[in-house]
Design a protein around this ligand. Structure first.
Ligand SMILES: [Zn+2]
Ligand SMILES: [Zn+2]
Length: 290
């Protein structure tokens, strides 16, 4: 009898069916230039710093502009608490300290880490684009980080230690994008570890580190932005994504909604109860008015 099983597509065959990456050529040229002209240490340290700073402030930019556009006020979650110049300046100063005195040494440490685990830098070892590799690995990193964040963030809210560390991040009851990394150095280290666990388990190339940094920054700045703009945010296509309203409530209420990205841990442990009740009440009020 003939074997009737249909051979499954290998990942590489699957990629043949997807369109060519339109920026592949220019990306390849830039990457090869970088690896030919800079050492691995320079790439891991200064490259990561540049990626981090560019993405951080690019992601903050819409929120910085929105505060000057009266039309955008309807999308501000805590509309009675607008951004102030003093608040943003205070935040910027602490960010500069945190980025250059705490995070930069950590970035230098990633060089040692990539060498220890033989994580490649070259164009030849670059993983293919699209779903099955980079995107899935980044998603895996996000799931791991979210889990770490949920439990450690809840622990930082413990009455005995809250005032020593996490109180700094809660200085802004109505957050704006830049407040995403406004935190005590100890918190930067403790919650920042969640970023590295995924890399430890899933990194197959330095590019994954940067892809994950980019997504994590866009995500954390989105949830701290203070603005919930319907239909335009692609993150809301990801199932169980919390979003700005979700984390804004954590800053407004100080308790509950401890996750960074997804909603499942808060659902499982019932720590989203106050959030759900608050919005159910708001909806009720709206219906009564109509
Ligand atoms: Zn908190
Ligand atoms: Zn926050």
């Amino acid at each position: 009898m003939e074997n009737a099983t249909v051979p499954l597509l290998t990942p590489d065959q699957f990629l043949d069916y997807l369109p060519e990456n339109p920026v592949k050529e220019s990306f390849a040229r830039a990457w090869i230039y970088m690896t030919n002209n800079y050492t691995k240490f320079q790439i891991a340290t200064w490259g990561s710093l540049i990626v981090h700073e560019l993405i951080y402030f690019a992601a903050c930019m819409p929120g910085i502009i929105f505060q000057f556009i009266p039309f955008m006020r309807r999308f501000k979650i805590q509309s009675n608490r607008p951004e102030t110049f003093e608040g943003q300046w205070k935040c910027f100063k602490l960010l500069m300290f945190s980025h250059f005195c705490i995070q930069l040494p950590l970035m230098a440490g990633t060089y040692v880490f990539t060498e220890f685990f033989n994580i490649p830098y070259g164009w030849e070892e670059m993983p293919p684009w699209f779903v099955y590799n980079i995107a899935l690995r980044v998603f895996g990193c996000a799931v791991i980080e979210d889990t770490w964040h949920y439990f450690l963030h809840s622990a930082l809210h413990d009455k005995r230690i809250y005032k020593h560390i996490h109180k700094v991040h809660h200085h802004f009851q109505s957050p704006f994008g830049m407040t995403a990394e406004y935190a005590h150095p100890a918190e930067t280290l403790i919650l920042g570890m969640g970023f590295f666990w995924g890399i430890l388990l899933l990194a197959n190339h330095v590019v994954l580190m940067w892809a994950w940094v980019m997504i994590r920054l866009f995500e954390t700045i989105d949830v701290h932005s203070g603005y919930e703009i319907p239909y335009l945010n692609v993150f809301h296509l990801v199932p169980f994504y919390g979003g700005a309203r979700y984390h804004d409530f954590h800053h407004y209420n100080f308790t509950g909604n401890y996750s960074s990205t997804f909603t499942w841990w808060d659902k499982i442990f019932g720590t989203d109860r106050q959030f759900k009740e608050y919005y159910a009440k708001l909806e009720g009020k709206k219906e009564k008015k109509q």
